[in-house]
Design a protein around this ligand. Structure first.
Ligand code: AMP
Length: 257
């Protein structure tokens, strides 16, 4: 299962369609099925955003990576208990039977309680893309910091949309791709903090966690923003290279601690 999407003007639908098919066919293994759909966004308001800034925090291994991610989440306003519970869930597989989910968990940033309506599937954010100029600029920024994997830019777009969800405190993500060990913690104030190692080589468990502030969280508004509202990223974020944890921006603690 893989997902790719974009927002394009109507005259570019056909080109985008072909690009998505080529992408699906270009994967290492031939897909059993390719499902493509086109939705009109006529009448849907489009919100424009600047991409989150990207900081890579150097860590030696999974253990130090997860400890550093926990520290970043706590700086963003997630309680120790909620951060530890979420890291534990992702490492065991967040689905009901230890499986990975198609979407993200929603977690109370204070208590660690799970709030997503469907525990099997999670919540999937959709309808976000870059305008060409911002995408090109962001690729240059990322490449200058040595980040050339297209995954990083895609995850950054998703994290940028998610960071602006009403009631969002922070996000934690590492991939379920067994060969991809990097992950990130993100928040509107801290930006996208990338860690080269959040899991071991060959580990197929991963997922995403959206930590929310219970007082500001309205489930319908949160889901509507992530699933239905369209977001175009019109400006690139700044990208700062490898840094140690001591150089992360110092933040007032916000929300639930
Ligand atoms: P990936 O980084 O694509 O390997 O995805 C890692 C995990 O993030 C997946 O296992 C899903 O749980 C979750 N995920 C993937 N895509 C989305 C999305 N569009 N919205 C929310 N969660 C997602």
């Amino acid at each position: 299962m893989s997902g790719a999407e974009g927002i394009v003007p109507s005259e570019r639908v056909e080109v985008a369609f072909h690009a998505l098919v080529s992408r699906a066919l270009g994967k290492a293994s031939m897909p059993d099925e390719i499902v493509l759909s086109v939705e009109s966004l006529e009448g849907v308001p489009i919100r424009t955003l600047r991409a989150l800034d990207v900081i890579t925090q150097g860590v030696q291994d999974t253990l130090t990576g997860r400890a550093a991610a926990k520290a970043v989440l706590m700086k963003a306003g997630v309680s120790r208990k909620a951060a530890e519970a979420a890291i534990d869930s992702l490492s065991r597989g967040p689905g009901p039977s230890g499986n990975t989910m198609r979407g993200a968990m929603i977690v109370d940033a204070l208590t660690g309680e799970r709030l997503e309506p469907d525990r099997e599937r999670g919540v999937r954010a959709s309808r976000f893309d870059w305008i060409d100029e911002a995408r090109t600029r962001m690729d240059q920024e990322l490449a200058a910091a040595g980040l050339t994997h297209p995954r990083t830019r895609e995850a950054l777009a998703l994290a940028t949309k998610a960071a602006h969800a009403p009631g969002m405190v922070a996000e934690l993500c590492w991939s379920d791709d067994p060969d991809y060990r990097a992950g990130y913690a993100a928040s509107p104030a801290l930006g996208y903090v990338r860690f080269p190692f959040l899991k071991e080589e060959g580990d197929p468990k991963g997922g995403r966690v959206y930590f929310v502030s219970r007082e500001q969280f309205d489930r319908d508004a949160f889901l509507d923003y992530l699933q239905n509202e369209a977001v175009l990223i019109v400006r690139a974020g700044k990208c700062r290279g490898e840094r140690g944890s001591e150089t992360l921006p110092g933040l007032e603690k916000r929300g639930a601690v």
